[in-house]
Design a protein around this ligand. Structure first.
Ligand SMILES: Cc1cc2nc3c(=O)[nH]c(=O)nc-3n(C[C@H](O)[C@H](O)[C@H](O)COP(=O)(O)OP(=O)(O)OC[C@H]3O[C@@H](n4cnc5c(N)ncnc54)[C@H](O)[C@@H]3O)c2cc1C
Length: 280
C-alpha cells in the first residue's frame, strides 16, 4: 500500500533534528518499523525527520565502565562489534537473529526500543544488561534506567519529540557471561519468545542474575521471582526447573493463531532453561 503523503526533512545533527521537531513530526531511523506502519496506514505523520545520516549517533564506543551504543547503530554493526562481543556477548547473538540482512543493515537499536514491539529482541537483551538509555530533547539530555523504559504495549518512557542518542551497556561480570536464545516466527523472524540471560558466577553458584523476556507478554519484562530463586544456587536442571514455575507471574501472556498463551508460556520455560544452562 501507499502511505498518506508526508513532508520529508533530513537532519545532519541531533540538534538540527530537535529544532525541526513539531507536534505532527516523527523521527525516521532505519524505517523498518515506521515505513511499514505508514504503508499499512496504521500510522500517519505530517513530517518525517530522517536521522539516519547523523554519523555521531551510529558508532559504538568502548569506554572504561561501559560500551556506548549509538541510538542510530544498526543491528548489523552491533552484530559485528568486537567490544560488545566481549563485554556483552548476548548483544551480538541477538543482533544476528533479527530479521534478514536488509533489516539488519537498515534497522537501528534506537528505533527498535522507541517502537517497543512486544516481539522485538532488543528489549529483552537491554533489560538483562541493566542498560541506560540516553535521551535528548529540546531542553537538554536525560538518562532512563532500562527497568523504567518499557511502560506498556508499544509504550515507553520517551516523550514526544525526544531522540534516543545512545544506550550504555555497563561492563559487568554478568554481562560478560550472557547469552540470547530465541524461538523465531519463521516468516518475520520476530521472537515468539526471546530470552536474554546474564549471570555473575561465584564458582558454580549464581552471584547475580538478570533475565529479559520478550514475546511472551505485551511488554518485555524481567521475571524477578525466577532471578531471585536462583541466586546462591547452581544452575542445574533441577534448580532451574524448580525456579521456572513463576516465569509468567504478574504478566498478561499473549496468544495468537501461531502460538497460544499456553504454548508461549511453555516455550518461555524451555528457552529460559536453554539460556541458563549455557551460562558458565
Ligand atoms: C521483515 C522484517 C523483519 C523484522 N524482524 C525483526 C526481528 O526479528 N526482531 C526485531 O527485534 N525486529 C525485527 N524487525 C524490526 C526492525 O528491527 C526495525 O528496524 C526496528 O524495529 C525499528 O528500527 P528502525 O531504525 O527501523 O526504526 P524506524 O522504523 O525508523 O522507527 C520506529 C519508531 O521509532 C522512532 N525512532 C526511530 N529512531 C529513533 C531514535 N533514535 N530516537 C527516538 N525515536 C526513534 C520512530 O519515530 C518510530 O516511531 C523486523 C522488521 C522487518 C521489516
Amino acid at each position: 500500500m501507499i502511505p498518506i503523503s508526508f513532508n520529508y526533512k533530513k537532519a545532519s545533527s541531533v540538534d538540527e533534528a530537535l529544532s525541526l521537531m513539531t507536534d505532527d513530526a516523527k523521527i525516521l531511523g532505519g524505517g523498518h518499523s515506521l515505513i511499514p506502519a505508514l504503508k499499512l496506514r496504521l500510522n500517519s505523520v505530517d513530517t518525517l525527520i530522517d536521522i539516519s545520516k547523523i554519523e555521531n549517533i551510529k558508532g559504538i564506543n568502548d569506554n572504561a565502565q561501559s560500551v556506548t551504543v549509538g541510538g542510530g547503530a544498526t543491528h548489523a554493526s552491533i552484530a559485528s562489534n568486537s567490544a560488545l562481543a566481549k563485554a556483552a556477548p548476548m548483544m551480538a547473538e541477538a543482533a544476528h537473529t533479527i530479521g534478514d540482512r536488509q533489516v539488519r543493515n537498515m534497522g537501528t537499536i534506537g528505533g527498535s526500543i522507541a517502537h517497543a514491539d512486544p516481539a522485538a529482541d532488543w528489549p529483552a537483551v537491554l533489560l538483562a544488561s541493566d542498560a541506560n538509555v540516553v535521551i535528548k530533547n529540546k531542553t537538554g539530555q536525560r538518562e532512563v534506567d532500562i527497568d523504567q523504559f518499557f511502560t506498556g504495549f508499544y509504550e515507553t518512557a520517551l516523550a514526544d519529540g525526544e531522540i534516543i542518542t545512545a544506550i550504555r551497556i555497563p561492563k559487568t561480570a554478568y554481562n560478560a557471561n550472557s547469552v540470547y536464545e530465541k524461538f523465531k516466527q519463521p516468516a518475520s523472524r520476530f521472537a515468539i519468545v526471546g530470552i536474554a540471560a546474564a549471570a555473575e558466577m561465584d564458582g558454580n553458584v549464581v552471584k547475580a542474575l538478570r533475565i529479559g523476556v520478550t514475546g511472551l507478554a505485551e511488554v518485555a519484562f524481567r521475571p524477578m521471582e525466577v532471578e531471585k530463586e536462583l541466586i546462591g544456587k547452581e544452575l542445574t536442571e533441577a534448580n532451574i526447573d524448580a525456579a521456572l514455575g513463576t516465569i509468567a507471574n504478574g504478566v498478561s501472556v499473549m496468544g495468537d493463531h501461531y502460538a497460544s498463551e499456553k504454548y508461549r508460556t511453555h516455550l518461555a520455560k524451555v528457552y529460559t532453561k536453554r539460556a541458563l544452562l549455557r551460562l558458565k
